[in-house]
Design a protein around this ligand. Structure first.
Ligand SMILES: *Cc1c(COP(=O)(O)O)cnc(C)c1O
Length: 399
């Protein structure tokens, strides 16, 4: 894309064009290669491909042209050299850990990460001798104190799920590099349309493509983006050996999702901002978490690090878990589902769903209370979202 004869390099242009390699059929839209394996013109060519002496397709566990288009496009959008697509966001995190860590290594991870990420680091990786310390996302002294001689990875999400806390990526990248560690950022909430962590010094970006990259609630997938020596060598090596591969069909769906990502992220951010401001005025709403609000503790940082504030709004209601459940049970338009990033607005009770596998103490430390509700704001009319919530909030207050 940086070829002087092809100067068309804007972000939105990359989102619709990068990674497309037309075949002799001269198709306009990216083709879907539903083929588990690929043929060779001779035994000698097969041998060259397997030996890595010749580029080309072999077998869709680790090489498929549709998956490759998705990888090239997402890498171009994040500003990374390389991208590996995986079967899910969790397998992107797992592949990163399995390829870059070994027994005896140590990870420092923000407490405020996706609940399943906490299980992976806290419960499963210790069985293989990899220990993790969890620290408060925005307590930079705690990050530094937690780093030991064995620490290899610093891991975070920003904004965090579900409380939308924002961490300074530049500052954590400097800290990581001062201690010979890698900074890994799960960029799920912002996507490259709103924030590109590699530009701030992060080493690897993780995605759950299931969320905004698809954006229409269809497929599960993930990705890791970063420098070729880590992604194309180490992580690809694990993917080829272990097989947590993205299917060609899912890659094709995500390719089309990437084409509208920028438009959706901007529109969903606008809707979320409008809803957050409105929620703050509603009786029975105790607190609204949204980085676009002036009194959000990291509002300034979010404004400098992101190009919009994102589509996730969380809020606390009076009446504890019962109050929160009553709001959820009384909406008629919003979908009660744990997924986020969809064009359809979704409403979730984090404490008993996405973060339900954490212990009560872990949840308390992460600030995820029983009266918390998370909304992933979609593309419906904001007035209809308000019309949906207003009676639900009234019902929760017992009126
Ligand atoms: C959903 C999610 C994941 C996991 O992705 P899956 O595609 O569900 O495996 C990881 N991180 C964040 C922030 C998520 O929201």
């Amino acid at each position: 894309m940086s070829d002087q004869d092809y100067p068309f390099d804007g972000f939105n242009t990359r989102a619709v064009r990068a990674g497309q390699h037309r075949t002799n059929e001269q198709e306009q839209s990216e083709p879907l290669f539903l083929s588990s394996s690929f043929t060779f013109t001779s035994a000698a060519q097969a041998a060259r491909r397997f030996a890595g002496d010749e580029e080309g397709n072999i077998y869709s566990r680790f090489s498929n042209p549709t998956v490759r288009t998705f990888q090239e496009r997402l890498a171009a959008m994040e500003g990374g050299d390389a991208c590996i697509a995986t079967a899910s966001g969790m397998s992107a995190i797992l592949s990163t850990c399995m390829s870059l860590l070994k027994s005896g290594d140590h990870v420092v991870c923000a407490r405020q990460v996706f609940g399943t990420t906490v299980s992976l680091f806290g419960k499963f990786l210790p069985r293989f001798g990899v220990e993790t310390s969890f620290v408060p996302l925005t307590d930079y002294d705690a990050w530094e104190r937690a780093i030991t001689g064995r620490t290899r990875i610093l891991f975070l999400e920003t904004p965090s799920n579900p409380l939308t806390e924002v961490a300074d990526i530049r500052r954590l990248a400097e800290l990581a590099h001062a201690h010979d560690c890698l900074l890994v950022v799960d960029n799920c909430f912002c996507t490259p349309a709103l924030q590109r962590p590699l530009e701030y010094g992060a080493d690897l970006v993780i995605h759950s493509a299931t969320k905004y990259l698809d954006g229409q609630g269809r497929c599960v997938g993930g990705a890791v983006i970063g420098p070729a020596d880590l992604v194309d060598e180490e992580i690809f090596g694990f993917l080829r050996a272990a097989g947590p591969t993205m299917s060609a069909f899912n890659a094709w769906v995500f390719i089309k999702g990437l084409e509208t990502l920028s438009l959706r992220m901007r529109a969903q951010s606008e809707n979320a901002a409008a809803l957050a401001h409105w929620l703050r005025e509603q009786p029975g709403v105790d607190h609204v978490y949204y980085p676009g609000l002036n009194d959000h503790p990291q509002h300034e940082l979010a404004a400098s690090q992101q190009t919009a504030f994102g589509g996730i709004v969380s809020f606390e209601v009076t009446g504890g878990r019962e109050g929160a459940w009553r709001v959820i049970d009384n909406v008629r338009l919003m979908s009660i589902t744990a997924n986020l990033g969809d064009t359809k607005t979704t409403i979730t009770h984090p404490a008993t769903t996405t973060h339900g596998r954490m212990t009560e103490q872990e949840r308390a430390e992460a600030g995820i209370h029983e009266n918390l509700i998370r909304i992933s704001v979609g593309l419906e009319d904001v007035a209809d979202l308000q019309r949906d919530l207003e009676p639900a909030l009234a019902a929760s207050r017992g009126r």
